[in-house]
Design a protein around this ligand. Structure first.
Ligand code: ATP
Ligand code: MG
Length: 318
């Protein structure tokens, strides 16, 4: 678990909206190691999805991005659309929350599963179908021979998420990015999907960037956790460190908000207020307006990230 395969360095992202630049991501830095699961957690709008869109070169036209995102020795931010496309299925793959929109409703699962194999892996038809069946077995869809001919709407929500995982893993990527993969599922199915993902991750020795607003779920899968707020990394530590030695006041607030039964976190009762608008000018720490410990300094100066071993905390008061 030591070789770094993805390295995000000083990632900054602005969107141009009505001729004005709005800062979405600020100095995002983190590494993903081979075989490791990195969780990104944060409230809605904190920049989790835009971080993954930056990695995959899927940003909209009004985006201005700077920094570096190294996949092995290649800076993904420097690649053209065509070049990055080569990496998308084979090396880095995504599975989304919303399988109903991510899967094409007009194509059978078979057609959708074999397409990347035909295009990206250049397999023959029969070989691709065999691989697709194997993958459905791997995600524990029983009677795969019959169900491979189903359309997405013929599966239940949990089954569709399994199909999504099968799609994302079909080319055996080195890195899987899962964006709110389990959010829409009920507690039992959620637990099954996490267990399955963990098993596949270990078997394929792949790395996962697991994006969620549910810190509780990360205790079951992540090795490291990045806590984001308003496009900033507030804290980054081992999962153990985040749960047993939370340092940033925001991390503490998130931990206090984990519901007992691992339900979805819809709001954060222990952190009053809501995140500031990104288009309001932020001088100091973005969390200052909600933080119980905020001082004058916090409101005027951005806490630079303090690094102790592998532990990053953007706070003056820890
Ligand atoms: N195309 C766009 N143009 C302008 N602003 C955008 C665009 N897409 C996203 N944003 C803004 O970027 C910020 C970060 O959004 P992002 O989708 O990354 O949040 P998130 O952490 O994934 O939230 P959620 O938990 O709701 O998925 C938000 O303020 C959002 O409104
Ligand atoms: Mg998102």
């Amino acid at each position: 678990m030591n070789e770094i395969i993805l390295s995000v360095k000083d990632l900054n992202l602005d969107f141009v909206i009505d001729n004005k630049k709005v800062r979405i991501l600020n100095n995002i830095c983190f590494d993903i190691r081979k075989g490791s699961v990195v969780g990104i957690v944060g409230e809605s709008g904190s920049g989790k999805t835009q971080t993954m869109m930056s990695i995959l070169g899927l940003l909209p036209k009004n985006a201005i991005v700077s920094g570096e995102i190294f996949y092995n020795d290649i800076d993904l931010l420097k690649l053209s659309e065509n070049e990055i496309n080569k990496y998308r299925w084979n090396n880095i793959s995504i599975a989304f929350q919303d399988s109903m929109t991510a899967l094409n409703p007009y194509l059978t699962i078979k057609e959708q599963l074999i397409e990347p194999l035909l295009i990206h892996k250049h397999l023959g038809y029969d070989e691709a179908v065999k691989k697709a069946l194997d993958m459905l077995d791997a995600v524990q869809i029983s009677d795969a021979k019959k169900r491979i001919n189903f359309y997405p709407h013929e599966f239940s929500g949990g089954m569709r998420q399994r199909v999504m995982i099968a799609m994302a893993l079909i080319c055996e990527p080195e890195i899987l990015i899962a964006d709110e993969l389990t959010t829409a599922l009920d507690v039992t199915v959620k637990a099954q999907i996490i267990k399955l993902l963990k098993e596949l991750q270990e078997k394929l020795h792949m790395s996962i960037l697991f994006i969620t607003h549910d810190l509780g779920i990360l205790s079951k899968i992540a090795n490291e956790i990045i806590v984001m707020y308003c496009g900033h990394i507030m804290e980054h530590n081992t999962a153990n460190g985040i749960f047993n030695n939370p340092t940033h006041p925001y991390t503490n607030g998130l931990l206090a908000s984990i519901p007992k039964l691992n339900d979805d976190v819809e709001e954060l009762p222990f952190i009053p207020g809501e995140p500031p608008r990104l288009d309001s000018i932020m001088e100091g720490c973005p969390f200052a307006s909600r933080c119980l410990y905020a001082t004058e300094r916090c409101r005027n100066e951005k806490p630079t990230q303090k690094i102790t071993n592998n532990h990053v905390v953007s706070c003056f008061n820890f």
